[in-house]
Design a protein around this ligand. Structure first.
Ligand code: SF4
Ligand code: SF4
Length: 363
């Protein structure tokens, strides 16, 4: 595990979870690992402790469950601190594109105050427009836009569900930070390197993509609907909406850019917080796509366990490595054209988000 990073080797804790473990067993494992991370001991009375996860889109079943939040929130409250759940609105039109609808989905998935002991406070306001600019020294950006409330958190705890991802190859800690806590302007900037096109042979001209396109970039053409690349914001909504799989991204060209931008946004999110950051990666119910998929996707590999670290790059690298070691490479979206999740890790290391150089400590 040789690295170019100037950062010292990061500690990554790992505990296995057996297939079929209950939500309570998974919650206990999650808390045990978080308590091993040094920043946990620094949480004190009245601190605002944000818990970032993904509530899952409508019908999604793979997301981390409320039990993991409850146990964690209780442990934070025992320190007389103030835990709460945080999320942001999606860029694309859908069930999570504003705070009201998003919170209702969270409730449907069991993230009520009664079940978690933590209120939900959306970090980017009602419509996802509340943002703060953060200066970074990135390759793609010198200034990025994060959800405005992020600046006010005393501690940030991210519970990340490790999944495949149709643009970034893998979705884990870097994605939960970089995409998950970016404001709409930040998400737009990350997606704008990835423009789709419509396959004329597959398009049946149903018009659904035009109806859902938030940018008004799609219109009927002669042989098929067409996308105006000058208007397209690269949100990917048309890919999800098209039932004929007629909309495609140019994966090889764009995945690297999206991943690098995502790492740069993650850097902006943790800016000034690196000593107050705690992360766990759940390699449980791993699905081909992330929890933004509005479907009950099946697991694609057997459950492995949970990893924890204060370093998002080390944590994601260890997660990719452990899955590869146990199961082979599962994160390819299309077997003919697998996506390489290493771009986000390599770029993350290069810009100082973390290090790929880690020590795995089995618990
Ligand atoms: S949703 Fe798909 S099939 Fe329908 S018009 Fe758009 S690209 Fe064509
Ligand atoms: S054409 Fe562009 S803006 Fe419109 S839905 Fe597709 S990706 Fe989003």
């Amino acid at each position: 595990m040789k690295s170019n990073s100037n950062k010292p080797m990061a500690k990554v804790y790992f505990k296995s979870v057996k297939q079929g473990a209950t939500a309570s067993e998974i919650a206990a494992c999650n808390l045990e690992l978080i308590m091993k991370l040094e920043p946990f001991s620094k949480i004190k009375a009245k601190d605002f402790v944000a818990i970032k996860m993904h509530f899952g889109d409508i019908n999604n079943i793979g997301h981390i469950k409320p039990e993991s939040v409850k146990l964690l929130a209780d442990a934070i409250k025992a320190k007389k601190a103030r835990p709460f759940l945080v999320e942001t609105s999606t860029l694309y039109v859908g069930e999570r594109s504003n705070a009201y609808d998003h919170i209702n989905i969270a409730y449907k998935h069991g993230f009520t105050y009664e079940k978690t002991g933590a209120p939900i406070i959306m970090a980017d306001g009602l419509l996802g427009h509340s943002q703060t600019a953060v200066k970074i020294n990135g390759k793609h950006s010198k200034e990025i836009f994060v959800a405005s409330d992020v600046a006010h958190y005393d501690f940030l705890i991210c519970l990340n569900h490790v999944t495949g991802h149709m643009i970034t190859g893998v979705g884990a800690a870097i994605k939960n930070l970089g995409m998950g806590l970016a404001a709409r302007g930040g998400k737009l900037s990350q997606h704008s390197g990835a423009l789709p096109s419509i396959n004329e042979k597959k398009c049946v001209k149903c018009g659904r993509c035009q109806m859902f396109c938030p940018a008004g970039a799609i219109s009927p053409g002669e042989a098929a609907f067409k996308i105006d690349s000058a208007k397209c914001i690269g949100c990917g909504e048309c890919i999800a909406i098209c039932k004929k799989e007629a909309v495609k991204f140019s994966w090889k060209q764009t995945s690297k850019i999206v991943q690098e931008k995502m790492a740069e946004h993650a850097l902006g999110v943790i800016s000034g917080k690196s000593e107050h950051l705690l992360l766990t990666n759940h390699i449980i119910h791993v699905t081909k796509e992330c929890d933004c998929a509005a479907e009950a996707d099946p697991r694609v590999i057997d459950d492995i366990g949970i990893l924890a670290s204060t370093d998002p790059v080390a944590l994601d690298k260890a997660s990719v490595d452990i899955v590869k070691k146990i199961h082979g490479y599962p994160f390819d979206y299309e077997s003919k054209n697998p996506l390489n999740p290493m771009f986000q890790l390599e770029h993350g290391q290069k810009i100082g988000l973390g290090t790929m150089n880690y020590e795995l400590i089995e618990v």
